[in-house]
Design a binder for this molecule. Structure first.
Ligand code: SF4
Ligand code: SF4
Length: 381
């Protein structure tokens, strides 16, 4: 296992600088021939959570995407790209995020992330069959282009979490329903990574997202690109940049145990620029260890309600768009309209809620945040 992470400082998204930075990062890891051969089908997988403009820092920036596409095309690869956004179509999301225009410029086609095929993965401990997007199954090599952002459920969304988008469409919601426990869900994330095995991860941390991520947080400059073949080492390095203990990101210890990579500082080799000037101790992220949401039937419901973190809607910000309802994976819908009236609003039924926070993830209006009730704060302090 090569757990080298290349750190390249990049001040902004001025394209010539980004292109140089991407070339330098790849060179620091051994050069482009290590990652593709001429004629291979290389699939770029940016973070395309939703159709949001680049300045919101929800998606991988078009300049980083363009630089990666250009470098792999120059190496003689046949490059395509795609992702499976939360609700909208991949094309619509890519257009709003500025990726489609860049892709057209470089003649990089959008690959099929809407359909997928079931594959068997007998080594898995949680889900021995996985539905993976056809684009991922049909490529020769996957290159992951994650965005450095906070996440309500997993603390961080970076390299490992980016591969959840290899699961097509609404199947993603089924995983949340089957695995409401954060540690089970983390194991699935790790197993998806073990199956799809990206050859390289290039993280866009030039403008990151802090606060109420992954869609409703605040863009903040981190001025850095990270490169690695080890997604665990890459995410752990991102954690160190934002002063977050990597052991508090639930999937990182699980990933190390499963042999995906390492999050331990002494096992990671950093090359390139010094990370010390990039570290942001004031980065707004939840720094506490993850808490297991109590799903056991034997645990009294009134106690669950009193201690568990829960999504809460700020009705002053709510647009009444209904995206939270659409994405809620629970069959009976744990968030739903309160009436049929014109001025209806979405309300939670916390008894049905499995705390997957998909609603918080998808809300386009920053109206949903995750709150820990007072008793929960006292117990988990
Ligand atoms: S809470 Fe967010 S997602 Fe739900 S209706 Fe309001 S704006 Fe839309
Ligand atoms: S209400 Fe939100 S957090 Fe609860 S199950 Fe539905 S999407 Fe998940």
């Amino acid at each position: 296992m090569d757990s080298t992470v290349a750190v390249v400082v990049c001040e902004g998204y001025y394209y010539p600088n980004v292109l140089n930075a991407v070339k330098r990062g790849i060179q620091l890891l051994g050069g482009i021939p290590r990652f593709c051969e001429p004629g291979e089908n290389i699939l770029l997988k940016p973070n395309l959570l939703a159709g949001e403009p680049p300045e919101k820092a929800v998606t991988t920036h078009p300049a980083v995407f363009k630089a990666a596409a250009e470098v792999f095309k120059e190496a003689g690869a046949r490059v395509s790209y795609g992702d499976s956004p939360g609700l909208s179509s991949p094309l619509r999301a890519a257009s709003k995020a500025g990726l489609h225009r860049v892709a057209e410029e470089l003649a990089v086609p959008l690959a099929d992330f809407r359909d997928g095929r079931w594959v068997s993965f007998p080594e898995a401990t949680i889900s021995r069959t996985l539905k993976i997007a056809s684009a991922v199954l049909d490529c020769d090599g996957l290159i992951s282009l994650p965005k450095l952002k906070t996440h309500g459920f997993t603390r961080l969304t970076g390299a490992i979490k980016n591969q959840f988008g290899c699961i097509p469409g609404l199947v993603k919601g089924e995983y949340h329903v089957k695995m409401p426990d954060i540690f089970d869900f983390s194991r699935v994330l790790v197993e998806i990574n073990l199956y799809v095995k990206p050859r390289l991860h290039i993280m866009d941390g030039i403008i990151a997202m802090e606060g109420n991520g992954p869609r409703s947080g605040d863009p903040t400059p981190m001025k850095v690109l990270l490169f690695s073949t080890d997604p665990v080492a890459l995410d752990a390095t991102a954690c160190r940049l934002i002063h977050l203990d990597p052991a508090h990101v639930p999937y990182l210890p699980i990933a190390r145990e499963a042999g995906l990579g390492t999050y331990l500082e002494e096992e990671i080799e950093l090359v390139g620029d010094d990370i010390a000037p990039v570290v942001r101790k004031d980065f707004n992220v939840v720094r506490k260890p993850p808490e297991r949401f109590v799903t056991s039937e034997s645990f009294p419901t009134f106690l669950k309600k009193l201690i568990s973190p829960k999504p809460v809607i700020d009705y002053k910000l709510c647009l009444r768009c209904g995206e939270c309802i659409q994405i809620c994976p629970v069959k009976q819908k744990a968030v739903n309209w309160d009436s049929e009236e014109k001025d209806r609003k979405p309300v939670y039924d916390y008894k049905l809620c499995i705390r997957c926070y998909c609603c918080q993830e998808i809300c386009p209006a920053r109206a949903i945040s995750v709150k820990v009730p007072l008793l929960g704060r006292v117990i988990h302090r």
